[in-house]
Design a protein around this ligand. Structure first.
Ligand code: HEM
Length: 500
């Protein structure tokens, strides 16, 4: 806009010319950056990634008092604009090619957040115990095998993680995962971790993702064929089987959506890496958090798995996630009150770390205290009566059951705050529905992978306890820098040893 106005001002004596270049209309500082990078990376990357990156505005939102995010804070395309090229050949949202629940507004998800329920039908706690736990436990056993003692562990983790990822999603591992599929995952994670799209390294990884995207989608599609036709051994031990079966015939989770979710989950699962690294740091033998380490010993030497709704080990892992807070907040797309003068993209982050440590929520927000979850409400308890008891007039989200179609006696239910949770054999499997426990987000868009994640980390800690492992620093200077999670690049200097 500024460039056009300046042109008009000097155009008294000659006919006005229109600047039709891609930088026309951009604020001058952005146009300068565009000019700076275009020679190095080419116009395609610069106009679809660097310029949108500079035109993103991510604002800090307020700490919610209730675990119920307003539907006006939409998830519709709530992905920083410069990252769309990782998901779509056209560099922009392209729903015909598949949709992920993560980037969809509630109003488009079908009745009662249907798409979310179908998604979550694949990752409920009953399924973790029945079919996923053996895969996760085998992964931890391999990672913490004696051969890896005293080694920088995150390198080993990143080299082996894709076997677990694809085994969980599609029942494929080892040499059945093509090199290109491993490569795209690694590059995707690198872009999220380094995040500065002006860096050469990020550009190269970004373009590697794009180069392999079509191959990845058709490979996933073929594997879905294997699941449907019975070629895949034990298909009911894959997320995709539940998505195919429960989404079947539904406009809210079609075949292309299953393909899309299978690789969009790169974003979700990338957080296991930084979570693992931070768990090791929190429980480290010579550093770490003394309160957390005391609680770990106390929890494991008692009855870690006895009690409801959250047994002691589950409470301990919840507390780890509250203090670690693997991501900074829940991101929403915002509409401006009047049309902006040029394309820019505004988002708001509802913060997790500060909400989890808000003195409005807890009397002891900075203590490591797994018992804080003894009195907090669960998603199974927050109903109309609870809403009225809180002094509110009406139930914001009517609790509804959506029975799964996959043959299990199971349903997906929601709390009055919109939080979706599973019910199997008539037994609710709720989460802590309290704003002070923020790491997995809030309300209708809270993380459906929360319990899969906490149960996987419970298994990690069982292994650590049973095998008498200590987390230790294994290397000082010269540790390899590794992209282990969103906006997280670490020095790979943690490992484990076995106590005698
Ligand atoms: C350390 C691990 C994880 C953390 C900290 C985490 C955190 C979160 C948070 C905070 C949200 C809400 C985002 C928002 O409202 O803007 C979310 C949403 C989501 N997560 Fe996770 N997540 C993790 C792992 C997973 C896993 C393993 C899966 C899949 C199995 C998963 C699938 C999803 C999906 C599909 C959504 C979108 C839900 C919706 O919009 O309704 N996440 N996650």
């Amino acid at each position: 806009m500024a460039a056009v106005s300046a042109q008009a001002a000097v155009a008294c004596s000659s006919p006005p010319t229109v600047d039709a270049s891609p930088s026309s209309g951009l604020p001058e500082a952005v146009a300068q950056q565009r000019a700076k990078y275009v020679a190095e990376y080419g116009p395609d990357y610069v106009d679809h990634v660097i310029v949108p990156h500079l035109m993103n505005r991510v604002t800090q939102g307020e700490r919610p008092v209730l675990p119920m995010i307003d539907v006006a804070l939409t998830k519709e395309n709530a992905l920083p604009r410069d990252l769309w090229g990782l998901l779509s050949a056209t560099w922009q949202p392209n729903p015909e090619e598949g949709v992920t629940v993560f980037l969809q507004g509630l109003e488009k998800r079908g009745p009662d957040n249907r798409r979310k329920r179908i998604y979550m039908s694949a990752v409920t706690p009953d399924l973790y115990r029945a079919v996923y736990q053996p895969k996760v436990v085998a992964f931890w056993n391999e990672l913490f095998a004696p051969d890896n003692t005293n080694k920088p562990l995150m390198r080993v983790y990143l080299d082996t993680f894709w076997d677990l990822y694809w085994d969980l999603h599609l029942g494929v591992k080892g040499s059945d995962i093509p090199a290109q599929v491993r490569e795209i995952g690694t590059s995707f994670m690198a872009v999220l971790a380094y995040r500065d799209v002006t860096q050469r390294n990020v550009h190269d990884n970004y373009m590697t993702v794009r180069k392999n995207l079509d191959f990845l989608k058709s490979w996933i599609d073929d594997r879905l064929g294997d699941i449907s036709s019975g070629v895949t051994p034990n298909p009911k031990a894959t997320f995709a089987w539940y998505w195919l079966t429960n989404g079947e015939g539904s406009e809210y989770f079609n075949h292309k959506d299953v393909v899309f979710e299978c690789f969009h989950n790169f974003v979700a699962f990338s957080q296991w890496g930084n979570s693992l690294f931070n768990v090791m740091g929190t429980l480290a033998r010579d550093a770490g958090d003394p309160q957390a380490k005391d609680w770990f010993a106390k929890t494991m030497s008692g009855s870690p798995d006895t009690g409801t709704p959250f047994p002691p080990l589950e409470r301990f892992v919840m507390e780890l996630f509250r203090v670690i807070s693997p991501n900074g907040g829940s991101i929403s797309a915002l509409a401006e009150t009047s049309p902006p003068p040029f394309d820019r993209y505004t988002y708001m982050v509802t913060p997790h770390p500060t909400t989890s440590r808000d003195a409005v929520q807890w009397v002891n927000p900075d203590a490591f205290d797994p018992e804080r979850y003894l009195p907090t409400p669960t998603s199974a308890q927050v109903d109309q009566a609870k809403i009225q008891q809180m002094g509110l007039a009406g139930c914001p989200f009517d609790p509804v059951d959506w029975p799964v179609r996959d043959g299990r006696p199971a349903a997906l239910r929601n709390s009055a705050f919109g939080t979706v949770f599973g019910v199997a054999d008539g037994q609710p499997m709720p989460v802590c529905d309290y704003a002070g426990f923020a790491p997995f987000g809030f309300g209708y868009r809270r993380c459906p992978g929360e319990q899969l994640t906490t149960m996987a980390f419970e298994d990690l800690l069982r292994k650590v306890w049973t095998d008498r492992l200590d987390f230790v620093k294994v290397r000082g200077d010269g540790a390899e820098q590794l992209p282990v999670g969103p906006t997280t690049v670490i020095a790979d200097d943690m490992g484990f040893v076995r106590r005698r």
